[in-house]
Design a protein around this ligand. Sequence first.
Ligand code: GDP
Length: 329
Amino acid sequence: MLPRIPEITRTNDLIDLAFRRAAKESSLLTIRGVPRLIRTRKKEEKKVKVVARVIKKHLNKVLKAPRIEELPSFYQELVDIAIGIEKLKKSFGAVKWAVKKIESLEKHYKYKIRTSQTEVDASKYRREFYGRTASILRDISEEIDFLRDASRKLRSFPVVKDIFTIVIAGMPNVGKSTFLKAITTSKPKIESYPFTTKRILLGYFKRRYREYQVVDTPGLLDRPLEKRNPIEKQAILALKHLANVIIFIFDISETCGFTREEQLKVFKEISSLFKVKVIPVVNKADILDKEKIKEFEEKIGEKIFVCSALKKEGVENIIEEVIRSASPV
Ligand code: GDP
């Protein structure tokens, strides 16, 4: 579920729209056989009603955005990084305040117009209502602009499903994207983060009627943390909320261009950063000899899985391991 804020109109455009609608609707009002004062009162009251209705309807639509606390934690983290949760809450608060204020002005001026003694007074009260309503909207124009910007940013968020998620990590060229393609059934969906140029690749597979999401984040979980800028670190933190299990891919043939030691260092970092199970996988088995694999398993000191993502060999065992960690025993 992607968080959304409905489309928001600029303050001045909203004021124009409301006033134009009011002029139109009141001109269509046909009142016959009553004194001119009553007719004027009715027309002016109608204008007040229409302006209040148009503005309240629009602002209430904005307030229909999902509550931040109800979003999956991955999105909460992204919202905080890209937009700022506190500022967002404050802006919604300002919109709420404006709705209340306009409601009470509407009541007040409708009464004044209804009890006005002259046509001049009736029109004067209506104009006063217009002036005060416009000024309330101008008071919150900064918040409206902020929400407009937030709404645009939210639309660029990666769309991920709130289901069991496997995040693939490992240094560049170890075979992460080949592995993702080997275990998922459709072409990976490419999404991007709103605040970095980093992309996020999503694939899906099903086992026993349950759907699993597989995520590859090129450029994020493939280097030592010290080499990252603050934004990248935050993007990694957001991934913490998404990952239910991590598959860390090694290329011990070192054809990827990184030594085993360099890869182990990143593996250890990721294992301690993420509080979920990290499954070590040695890829490119088709070009490795068994001795080398055994030696590496002893070095790492835990059970490793071996596969060739390219030849789609050994991947099923890894899927089984993932499914085991997904179903509580
Ligand atoms: P990533 O950067 O980690 O996503 O790595 P890629 O999936 O792009 O793979 C990097 C290179 O390794 C490509 O040339 C792949 O064809 C190759 N590769 C990936 N998996 C295997 C494998 O199981 N065996 C062999 N021999 N090559 C592989």
